[in-house]
Design a protein around this ligand. Structure first.
Ligand code: HSE
Length: 437
């Protein structure tokens, strides 16, 4: 049988990795797919031939539209990233009747609903395993492996750059800006590093996870996003003194009122496996009603780990080429006519526990005032810690852990605490999740 012809958009880190894995593991991949898979046409504005296995027999162009309009191509693999022209290229490929594989989380999170509708109308597949957590097959695990379950919640370390920064701050006591500069130099960070540190990249990935976990449309615009740039070394250290680690988590949970969709720094118990995922590694914890907690760990970025997911998608598409489009795995795990309209909850409605840190003048009655405000707001205190003043300072750090409460309640309480004369400056608030059942 003739090989399946692939058109590759991008020969950068992930494109080059995909090209090389397809070449190096060609015979093993063919044994799995049942057909040979040949990169026949590739587009790249610039690339380094020295990083690629032999490009013999591959047409290489700088015009990505020449690839998506090439009648010989069966599967377009989009690895250029960003919103445009990726969206137009993917929609053109679909209109031309080609299947699409993409690693583009931003594209799927923002334009996935439109892209999947176009693909369904045309009877073609769009596969996007590499868009979330790089080489970890988390899309397949949730969409197929856990399809018996009511998924209750998903919590993940889904941005390697942010995790690297927090790990270095904890292990080496380094400052945020210093570690970020190193992450950029190592090539982990997004082209715009604010996407990593402000949580946008994680929110793209979480939006996708929420859709396949709960069968709701992709709604990136409703995700709550808070980055790690305000986390200090002191917070990392105080959290440890309470037995917690600070991780930048994407959390999505189904509640009776709606779906939580939030990315923010989070204290989690140090005894949880996911609390020990360090450096650039990713991990996703999925709680299903039947299976219980399941944890998926691996490289969330990098050339060949991401290529591993891209190539697995290509193999899946090849295996399903002759299948009836009606009987394929639905793009968002649930049948398109069975999607839920459960709303995404505004952050004010989310319930979580909290770590609060404040600077208090060291005088009688201050803690009583703070605890009274929390008590009046029906917020229970779990633990409290007062530290020594810094040399020469008249105020002391006070750290509190609270039980779960609604975010709106906590916002009101924080406003009142900050208004106390004896509290200097702002209250630092970090959400806390036990990640138990
Ligand atoms: N910038 C991303 C990260 C790359 O650090 O995880 C993978 O999506």
């Amino acid at each position: 049988m003739n090989p399946v012809k692939v058109g590759l958009l991008g020969l950068g880190t992930v494109g080059g990795g995909t090209f090389n894995v397809l070449r190096r593991n060609a015979s093993e991949i063919t044994r799995r797919a049942g057909r040979g898979i040949q990169v026949a046409h590739a587009a790249a504005r610039e690339y380094d031939p020295a990083t690629l296995e032999s490009t013999d027999g591959v047409k290489i162009t700088d015009d990505a539209f020449a690839v998506v309009n090439d009648p010989d191509i069966d599967i377009v693999v989009e690895l250029i990233g960003g919103y445009e022209p990726a969206r137009e290229l993917v929609l053109t490929a679909i209109a031309n009747g080609k299947h699409v594989v993409t690693a583009n989380k931003a594209l799927i999170a923002l334009h996935g609903n439109e892209i999947f509708q176009a693909a369904s109308d045309k009877g073609v597949m769009v596969a996007f395993e590499a868009a979330v957590a790089g080489g970890i097959p988390i899309i397949k695990a949730i969409r197929e492996g856990l399809s018996a379950n009511h998924i209750e919640w998903v919590a993940g370390i889904i941005n390697g750059t942010g995790n690297f920064i927090l790990t270095e701050m904890r292990d080496k006591g380094r400052d945020f800006a210093d570690v970020l500069a190193e992450a950029q130099a190592l090539g982990y960070a997004e082209a715009d590093p604010t996407f990593d540190v402000e949580g946008v990249d994680a929110a793209h990935k979480l939006t996708i996870l929420a859709s396949i976990a709960f069968g709701v449309p992709l709604q990136f615009d409703k995700a709550y996003t808070e980055g790690i740039s305000r986390i200090t070394r002191e917070d990392v250290s105080y959290a440890e003194q309470f037995g917690y680690r600070i991780k930048h988590l994407g959390i999505t949970r189904k509640t009776g009122k709606g779906i939580e969709l939030r990315v923010h720094p989070t204290l989690i118990p140090e005894k949880r496996l996911i609390a020990n995922v360090d450096g650039v590694m990713n991990a996703v914890l999925v709680q299903g009603d039947a299976v219980g907690p399941t944890l998926y760990y691996g490289a969330g970025a990098g050339a060949e780990p991401t290529a591993s997911a891209v190539v697995a998608d290509i193999v899946d598409v090849v295996r399903a080429l002759t299948s009836d489009p009606e009987n394929r795995v639905p793009h968002l795990a649930f049948q398109p006519d069975a999607m839920s309209d459960l709303p995404i909850l505004p952050m004010d409605e989310v319930e979580t526990a909290y770590y609060l840190r404040m600077q208090a003048i060291d005088e009688p009655g201050v803690l009583a005032d703070v605890t009274r405000i929390l008590g009046d707001a029906s917020i229970s205190i779990e633990a409290i810690l007062q530290k020594e003043p810094a040399p020469g300072a008249s105020d002391v750090p006070v750290i509190l852990l609270t039980q779960r409460t609604r975010e709106a309640q906590m916002n009101m309480a924080i406003e009142k605490i900050e208004a106390l004369d004896a509290i200097t400056g702002k209250v630092t608030r970090i959400r806390l999740e036990e990640l138990g059942r």
